[in-house]
Ligand binder design. Structure first.
Ligand SMILES: *Cc1c(COP(=O)(O)O)cnc(C)c1O
Length: 338
């Protein structure tokens, strides 16, 4: 199958598996796993931070960030579209007693500062205490501009808030902008990074921050059942991913751009071309049922996400031939339905 549903479907390569098999390991709860320690130091350095923490998932890394920045009864500002508001099971509220305060995202994925300002609660016993601003980059495949990040950082500082980045796909932003990770990370007090999406590791994310934050997060991680033992076997895959699979994200972006421009030629599809900045293409059927297209493609060995909109994600397990097959079969589907 050629799988365009998500970049989470990427599988560890043979070389990555060999490196995992050979990884030096120890008990990471004792701080003894050399492969985990190496990955955490390496990631902290890349981001220009003091420390990092290896976590079982991006959801866990975001939850640890929220619980380490905020206390019970605090709140965080985020986007209506934010992964750590919509797609993480309400974990901050359920497990952290932290209230989200979402605001509507602009079309470019940013959160307008005046909308955020209007939601900051005054110091009054009626209100939760606003502590944190959480952004996401990339968001829906879109890159937040460096200008916006600088403004958001200034805004957070001015209002006494910490600022966190859900950077599940921050390396897509870094590669697209030809900027080192640290240039993006410098605008934040903490960030999360997914190793298990386009970077191709089977498992794992990172939370990056200063020593004090990571010490708190390490305690919460243990409480949440995320203290792993010989985790070096997984960290080695993450290390391999960071050393080998970052720059090649540019190929995924090229493939997404090519896919979008080809699909945009079809009258039956409305492709959001200006939103195709990294590895995601969103398209809407002008009429008819996207599930019929999904079914047609699945019968030909191609998987896509189809609801109101189609979401097509490129990654290291789909090459240009696979993209061409998707284009050809999509064209054939619409031709046979005309
Ligand atoms: C995937 C994703 C996460 C969560 O990662 P999991 O490892 O699936 O828990 C968080 N934020 C964003 C933006 C994501 O895309």
């Amino acid at each position: 199958m050629i799988d365009f549903r998500s970049d989470t479907v990427t599988r560890p390569s043979d070389q990555m598996r060999r490196i995992m098999a050979d990884a030096q390991v120890g008990d990471d709860v004792y701080g003894d796993d050399p492969s985990v320690n190496r990955l955490e130091e390496y990631a902290a350095d890349l981001a220009g931070f003091e420390a990092a923490l290896f976590t079982s998932s991006g959801t866990q890394a975001n939850l640890l960030a929220l619980m380490s920045h905020c206390q019970r009864g605090d709140e965080y500002l985020c986007g209506q579209q934010a992964h750590n508001y919509r797609f993480e099971g309400g974990g901050a509220a359920v497990l952290g007693s932290i209230q989200p305060q979402p605001v509507e995202n602009d079309a470019d994925g940013s959160l307008p500062l005046e909308k955020l300002a209007a939601q900051i609660k005054p110091d009054d016993i009626h209100f939760a205490q606003t502590r944190l601003l959480s952004l996401e980059n990339t968001i829906g495949g879109k890159v937040l501009s460096q200008d916006y990040l600088a403004q958001a950082q200034g805004f957070a500082f001015e209002h006494g808030l910490k600022i966190h980045l859900d950077g599940a796909r921050v390396f897509n932003a870094s590669v697209r902008q030809q900027l080192p990770l640290s240039a993006i990370a410098q605008h934040f007090d903490s960030l999360t990074i997914c190793l298990s999406k386009g970077l191709g590791a089977p498992v794992g994310s990172l939370l990056v921050g200063d020593e004090a934050l990571i010490t708190k997060a390490r305690r919460w991680r243990k409480m949440l059942g995320g203290g792993l033992r010989q985790a070096g076997i997984l960290a080695a895959a993450g290390q391999y991913a960071l050393e080998n699979n970052v720059n090649r994200l540019a190929e995924d972006h090229d493939n997404a751009g090519y896919l979008a421009s080809e699909l945009a030629q079809l009258d039956e599809l409305e492709v959001a071309l200006e939103q195709v900045q990294t590895n995601m293409v969103f398209a809407r059927l002008s009429s008819g049922d996207s599930r019929a297209l999904q079914h047609h493609l699945a019968q030909r060995g191609i998987l896509i996400s189809a609801a109101n909109t189609l979401r097509l994600v490129t990654h290291l397990d789909v090459d240009r031939t696979g993209v061409d097959k998707l284009i050809t079969e999509t064209k054939a589907f619409f031709a046979s339905n005309r």
